[in-house]
Design a protein around this ligand. Structure first.
Ligand code: SF4
Length: 88
């Protein structure tokens, strides 16, 4: 391992300071790292995301109602749809 030249991901950077690949990779890494007991089952997750994908509030992976990345919001068992209609 080369400790001298390998760039470590910044844990304190704002989105404005990151490149898009770092942002997307960070989200994907976070999703993968959530343990099974802290996430909904895959069927529930996909159902929630399916609702988000057909929702007018979804924009660039984010919910306009709450500002969350829906792939993170839908993952958590205690979370719910941000719409007042509670679509999931
Ligand atoms: S969380 Fe609810 S309001 Fe937000 S995008 Fe998903 S379905 Fe739409």
């Amino acid at each position: 391992m080369d400790f001298g030249t390998q760039k470590k991901p910044c844990r304190k950077c704002l989105i404005a300071d990151m490149n898009p690949d770092e942002i997307l990779n960070g989200i994907a890494e976070y999703i993968r790292a959530v343990p099974a007991d802290k996430r909904v089952d895959e069927e529930t997750y996909q159902k929630r995301l399916s609702v988000c994908k057909s929702c007018a509030e979804l924009s660039n992976g984010m919910c306009a109602k709450c500002g969350c990345f829906v792939e993170l919001r839908a993952l958590k068992p205690h979370m719910y749809c941000a719409s007042e209609k509670k679509l999931w």
